[in-house]
Design a protein around this ligand. Structure first.
Ligand code: SF4
Ligand code: SF4
Length: 635
């Protein structure tokens, strides 16, 4: 193995495929990053603006050149507007996903689809109660329709606050009210943010950023939360389940179909379609032993959490999976799908099948998805994959190694269930100090950070120091591949956490789902705070996104901090052109919402920042703690 691949990724399967890409001269995301370097300094600092055609404008960070855009906007306003628009884009992506799922629930309620049904009736009724919907004497279908209708109101402008705010500790709701950042409507906050950041509207960087927080809260406690909860109703609330991960989940003698993106609506019907006896027979006629579905990114997480479908890889693996030469089809829905997959697929027999009319890819086969004909469309997609098996070139098949075993399925319901029905045992373990606290390690990969290194290093340091780790998104894939999501990984934890994991039979790193499922973490944090009669910011909790890249990750980070959880980012956001904005986010917010951001690319150092923070929170609660400053920072 040459040093080159080892510098790019810690994952063995990725390293092997990267060497192959080099031999075959196939371009990857790392090559394209290299070709872009040096990247624009103004943009990296957030100091460029192209909101209007009096511009584009840029501010000279060294003070010699222009300090104002043509309209007069200074560095603070430009940086704040750029960041706010990033949050609006991320929140919109999550929330639009939530609305798509909600429309599927509505179709179930209206009786115009047979592709979906209510899978978790108890959860449907619980949600109906939260929305003040009477369920007595009503059929399940009717409740589904009424709930979908009421949830759609959360997207609009007629409410004073989102319904799920009923889950938020009272003190936090009062704080949001006082600050004027209580989210009212999901679409409303996003539209208002785009309005405020139009030239000549909101020209106060603090005011812009406060509304950006409000918009992110409409994602976390709104659009994303609806996506998660309604997905549980339709596809089942996850419970612990065995699965596997890495490129070794591809089978050399089967039709391999990868499901990539975020929305479980499409992948669920593909799972149904792949079981169809006629398609199974067709696969055998083509010479394959059967049909093997594998996941990528968050569509993969949704499938793994509920069905145990194996996971081929995370964000930076999407091109490499095609290079195995064993993939008949990559079926994509939306978000985080690089346009480059179409180009890589041209070098192999893989067919890229796009499915949502809002997410077309030039050069891909497009099959329009419609939830009312879900299974029928799913069968057509699977058929195309099966028929493509005949085009596979056996000599070009390279499946690197064997998959790693992992456990998924830790919804809040599953975690509380494992604790015996109440958060009390977890709270007791935290009070006693056997668990010091908990950290959510979430988010993407980014070729600027060694692939998976940030996620796995941070998770390891956390569990070694008795901090329970919950993961979502691409972080879950990284940690699953590293073997940290099996109960045996408890051996790598500190004595206190090890004992708790062994008693409960759980891994020290818990898979809580996809990116929209970060809301499960909010729900768990709120449940702990409510149980203790306190606010979330008082708890020994932290968040981290060691390898983030996407606008959605910025929205997640913003709603996590606005909810009271300290968050460490591994990739520098483009805000450093404004010392005032940096100061507000990394310091001032602590006095406003009780939490702040930190930026630390080195996961060893990030681990120390989080450990210090957790000890400070323990001290604040009067729990046994160590002096935070006594935890040494590595050089
Ligand atoms: S909004 Fe102002 S700073 Fe931005 S491009 Fe227009 S003139 Fe330049
Ligand atoms: S964690 Fe990031 S890269 Fe991975 S699927 Fe989610 S948003 Fe995309």
């Amino acid at each position: 193995m040459s040093a080159h691949e080892k510098e790019l990724s810690i994952a063995g399967d990725a390293q092997k495929m990267l060497r192959y890409a080099k031999e075959e001269n196939i371009e990857t995301v790392w090559d394209r990053l290299h070709a872009q370097e040096p990247q624009c300094g103004y943009c990296s600092l957030g100091l460029s603006c192209r909101i209007c055609t009096m511009g584009p404008c840029r501010i000279d960070p060294f003070g010699d050149g222009p300090q104002k855009g043509v309209c007069g906007a200074d560095a603070d306003v430009i940086v704040a507007r750029n960041l706010a628009r990033t949050i609006a884009a991320g929140a919109s992506a999550h929330s639009d996903h939530g609305r798509d799922i909600l429309e599927a629930l509505y179709h179930v309620g209206a009786g115009d689809t047979e592709s979906y049904r209510v899978n978790d009736e108890e959860k449907l009724k619980r949600l109906a109660a939260e929305y003040n919907i009477k369920v007595e004497g009503k059929k399940t279908q009717e409740i589904a329709k009424d709930l979908a209708w009421e949830m759609m109101e959360d997207f609009g402008t007629r409410k004073e606050e989102l319904t799920f705010l009923g889950r938020v500790p009272k003190a936090r709701r009062e704080l949001w009210n006082k600050l004027g950042i209580t989210p009212r409507g999901i679409d409303r906050e996003n539209v208002e943010l785009l309005h405020r950041t139009h030239m000549g509207v909101d020209n106060d960087y603090v005011n812009i950023l406060l509304h950006a927080l409000r918009t992110s809260l409409s994602d976390g406690w709104g659009g994303s939360m609806i996506a998660t909860e309604v997905s549980d109703v339709l596809f089942g609330t996850p419970s612990p389940i065995a699965s596997k991960a890495n490129l070794g989940v591809l089978k050399p003698d089967m039709v391999n179909i990868a499901l990539h993106g975020h929305n479980p609506m499409l992948s669920d019907v593909i799972v149904q379609a792949a079981r169809d006896p006629e398609l199974q027979k067709l696969a055998k006629e083509q010479g394959a032993k059967g049909i093997n579905l594998v996941g990528l990114c968050c569509t993969g997480n949704e499938l793994q959490m509920r069905r145990g479908i194996p996971m081929a890889g995370n964000h930076l693996m999407q091109e490499l999976v095609i290079m195995t030469g064993a993939l008949e089809a990559m079926v994509v829905d939306y978000q985080c799908i690089m346009p480059a997959v179409v180009e890589v697929a041209k070098c192999f027999h893989t067919r890229i099948i796009s499915t949502f009319d809002k997410a077309k890819f030039t050069g891909a086969t497009h099959i329009t998805f419609d939830p009312r004909r879900g299974v029928e469309i799913g069968k057509e997609i699977v058929r195309q994959g099966v028929e493509n098996y005949a085009n596979r070139i056996p000599d070009r098949v390279r499946i690197p190694g064997n998959p790693t075993e992992m456990m998924a399925g830790f919804s809040v319901e599953a975690i509380i269930g494992a604790l015996g029905g109440s958060p009390e045992p977890l709270v007791d373990a935290i009070k006693a100090g056997s668990i010091r606290g908990a950290v959510a390690v979430v988010g993407c990969n980014n070729p600027k950070i060694k692939h998976d290194y940030g996620h796995v290093t941070l998770a390891r340091r956390m569990i070694e120091n008795d901090i329970l780790v919950v993961v979502t998104g691409c972080s879950a894939v990284a940690n699953g591949k590293a073997g940290l999501m099996m109960p045996e990984a408890a051996e790598q934890a500190g004595e206190g956490l090890k004992a708790v994991c062994k008693a409960l039979g759980i891994p020290p790193v818990l898979h809580m789902g996809s990116c929209v499922d970060n809301t499960r973490i909010l729900v768990l944090a709120a449940a702990l705070a409510n149980f203790l009669g306190t606010d979330i910011d008082k708890l020994p909790l932290a968040g981290a996104a060691p390898e983030w890249y996407s606008e959605k990750a910025v929205s997640i980070g913003a709603y996590v901090v606005a909810s009271g959880i300290y968050t460490v980012l591994g990739v520098q956001p483009p805000i450093f052109g404004s010392p005032n904005v940096v100061n507000l986010l990394a310091k001032g917010l602590d006095d406003v919402v009780g939490a702040k951001f930190a930026v630390e690319p080195d996961p060893e150092k990030a681990a120390v920042l989080i450990r210090r923070h957790i000890e400070q929170k323990r001290q604040g609660l009067g729990l046994p703690s160590v002096d935070a400053e006594s935890i040494p920072m590595p050089d």
